[in-house]
Each structure stands twice: as structure tokens, then as C-alpha cells.
Design a protein around this ligand. Structure first.
Ligand code: ADP
Ligand code: MG
Length: 272
């Protein structure tokens, strides 16, 4: 199962990714969580201890690795040749850390030369994302920061679902609308909306009424424990039973959404 999570900054992508990670890990699935945020926070949301976080270096910052695998270096600019399909299959095992049955990999930020620019670092990241989406047989959760930049066409087509997260605000819905266009461009078949920070029935209705042609598959309540979890370094999933139930319902809805598509066959063996 491959799930990409996207949406406007601050809406709760990382929170939802962490809840899904604990949900699937709690059901005996191996989970690979990928943080594509240039300032990564997924490790903290997953409750990774400081010593394990110190072991994690974002792949985009591994200059020697990028140079070795692509046959180029970060300093080189377009016009120089480098491999667009570097070897990456060993990277998830080598550079991830595990905590509570969840493996975490940090992608980091690529210094882009311009829109659509492909440099050695971005070639390596794209290849890596493609590898985990196409080849890994675990639950892969991609916390995609604010866009879909790591997903090329072939990769996006292999993502089972993309979840667009929103708050009950028009601004976050406008971002969802932009995501809808981008997702269609790159061939995402199942784009589903998750409403977050629901504090009232009016909030819940807001999502149903403003979803821009995207199925609303569930909501997460506004959690009084979110700040406490952040401050104490505890895992929100363990602190808030309501959120744990909300995310279980969302996982079931994903299942149902996929059951109506060609992916149903493969998923019968998933035992989620
Ligand atoms: N359901 C929720 N209830 C209360 N606070 C939330 C909820 N989801 C996220 N938050 C808070 O909102 C802020 C942004 O969440 P985060 O998951 O980091 O967003 P993103 O990854 O989209 O930038 C964090 O402080 C987080 O604790
Ligand atoms: Mg985030």
C-alpha cells in the first residue's frame, strides 16, 4: 500500500502521516515513512528518540553519495552528464532508522536551479521515491510537504492513493484545488480528501460542502492533546484515542475506495 499525503503547510500532513503509520504498524504491517519536508518534523511526530534522529541525514544532503550514484556532483550545473537512473535499492535499508516498528527516511531539500530543473540530487530523490513506490512491499507513507514535486508520472501512477489534507478554511481548500489539478496532470487516480482539526459540526459540514470534486473520506477531530504531545515528545496516536479511531475509519475508507478500483485484487492479500 502506497499513500502520499499532501496539502497546504500546517494543515496536518505530518500529523496524519504519523497517525497512519501507527495505525498500520499496530496491525502488524511494516511501515516505511518518508519525510519530504525540507525541515523535517515527521520523526518528532513519530516519537523518534533524539539519538535515532541524530543518525538520520536527509538523502539530499549526502553529497558524496549523490556524486557516487549519479556520476556527478551537486556543484555541477545542467549541461554536464549524470545518470538519471542511479542505483538506489539499498538506500531505504541503509539510511533509515526504525522506532516502534516504523522505519523513517528523510529526503531533505534539493536546491533547485529553476522550475522543472533536474539536477543530480533531484534525480536521485526521484529515483528513490520511484523505487519505494514501485518495489517495496510494505506500507509506504510519503509526507509530501506542500506539493507533488517528488512524484514523476510513472511513480504517481503507482501510488495507490493521494490524500489531500485540509483544515476547515477556504485557504487550505484552495490548495486542495491546486493539488487536484497537479495530481490529474501526473496521473494520480485516487485523490481523496481528509478534513483535519474538526471542532464542530459546522467544520465537518464545511468539508462536505467545499470539497472541490474530491471524495471526502474522513475527518480528524481537533485534538486537545496535540500541543501536549509536541511538548512532551509523546506520540499523539497514543495520547488521543479519538484520533486513533478517526484514523482507523480513514484507513477503512481508503480500503473501500480502493476496492472499487483495479487495485482491489492486490489488496485482498493485504490483511489491513
Ligand atoms: N487534529 C489536530 N488537532 C489539533 N492540532 C493539530 C491537529 N493536526 C495537526 N495539528 C497541529 O497543527 C500544527 C501543524 O500540523 P502538521 O502536522 O505539522 O502540519 P503539516 O505537516 O501539514 O505542516 C501542529 O502544531 C500540529 O500539532
Ligand atoms: Mg509537515
Amino acid at each position: 500500500m502506497k499513500i502520499a499525503i499532501t496539502g497546504k503547510g500546517g494543515v496536518g500532513k505530518t500529523t496524519l502521516t504519523s497517525l497512519l503509520a501507527y495505525h498500520y504498524a499496530g496491525r502488524g504491517r511494516s511501515v516505511l515513512a518518508i519525510d519530504a519536508d525540507p525541515s523535517p518534523c515527521l520523526g518528532a511526530a513519530l516519537g523518534f528518540p533524539a539519538d535515532k534522529m541524530l543518525e538520520l541525514t536527509p538523502i539530499a544532503e549526502m553529497r558524496d553519495l549523490i556524486a557516487e550514484r549519479t556520476g556527478s556532483s551537486l556543484g555541477e550545473v545542467a549541461g554536464n552528464f549524470f545518470k538519471l537512473n542511479p542505483r538506489v535499492s539499498d538506500l531505504p535499508d541503509r539510511f533509515s532508522e526504525e522506532h516502534n516498528g516504523i522505519r523513517l527516511l528523510l529526503l531533505g531539500a534539493v536546491q533547485q536551479g529553476g522550475a522543472g530543473c533536474i539536477c543530480p540530487a533531484s534525480a536521485l530523490l526521484k529515483q528513490l521515491v520511484q523505487h519505494v513506490v514501485l518495489q517495496c512491499d510494505e506500507v509506504v507513507l510519503l509526507d509530501l510537504y506542500a506539493g507533488v514535486e517528488h512524484l514523476g508520472r510513472g511513480t504517481a501512477e503507482a501510488v495507490d492513493v493521494m490524500l489531500a489534507v485540509a483544515e476547515p478554511t477556504h485557504r487550505s481548500m484552495r490548495t486542495v484545488e491546486q493539488i487536484r489539478v497537479l495530481a490529474a496532470d501526473i496521473g494520480i487516480e485516487n485523490l481523496l480528501l481528509v478534513g483535519n482539526k474538526v471542532g464542530s459540526e459546522a467544520d465537518r459540514r464545511f468539508f462536505a460542502e467545499n470539497a472541490p470534486g474530491i471524495p471526502l473520506i474522513g475527518c480528524l477531530d481537533a485534538s486537545p492533546e496535540a500541543i501536549a504531545a509536541d511538548r512532551s515528545g509523546q506520540v499523539l496516536y497514543a495520547l488521543d484515542r479519538q484520533l486513533a479511531m478517526d484514523v482507523a475509519a480513514i484507513a477503512d475508507s481508503i480500503e473501500s475506495a480502493l476496492a472499487g478500483t483495479g487495485q482491489a485484487e492486490e489488496r485482498r492479500y493485504d490483511h489491513v
